[in-house]
Design a protein around this ligand. Structure first.
Ligand code: ZN
Length: 150
């Protein structure tokens, strides 16, 4: 577990300092805002979905290191994935950060995102880590309201 914790800190520091896909997408098919009032994290997510595949995905916003790095990793991870896969990954990621048991296949499927298992130890941080994912689902469902983590 300490190895995972080290990796967790490394990944979060890296992606917080240098977030990937941090920009607006002028051309996008889906878009949503997310807000985590508990911590003050805000983000705006953009997706360009073509024939059920995420061709491009990006975000802007301001938040704590965990929400920013989670959004950054998520965009990197989901580019090129299908919407159907993406919804499964959302379930798996949600189980991961809330401390539910994941089978090995699901855990391997999440790749680098698995480091967010580290937030289980900090319940207040679960909402920070999952904000981008809730916003993603809202964007895909085209709900035109800010995603709430409550
Ligand atoms: Zn936060």
């Amino acid at each position: 577990m300490s190895e995972l914790r080290e990796l967790y800190q490394e990944v979060i520091l890296d992606h917080n300092k240098n977030p990937r896909n941090f920009k607006k997408l002028e051309l996008h098919s889906h878009h949503a805002n997310g807000h985590n009032p508990l911590c003050g994290d805000k983000l705006e997510l953009f997706l360009d979905v073509v024939e059920g595949i995420i061709k491009d995905i990006s975000f802007v916003g301001s938040g704590c290191a965990i929400s920013t790095s989670s959004a950054s990793l998520m965009t990197q991870f989901l580019k090129g994935k299908s919407i159907v896969e993406t919804r499964h990954y959302f379930e798996d990621f949600h189980d991961l950060v809330t401390g539910k048991e994941l089978d090995e296949e699901a855990l391997e499927g999440l790749g680098k995102l698995a480091v967010f298992a580290g937030v289980q130890e900090f319940p207040a941080r679960v909402k920070c880590a999952s904000l981008s994912w809730h916003t993603l689902i809202n964007a895909l469902d085209s709900v035109d309201e800010p995603a709430a983590t409550e």
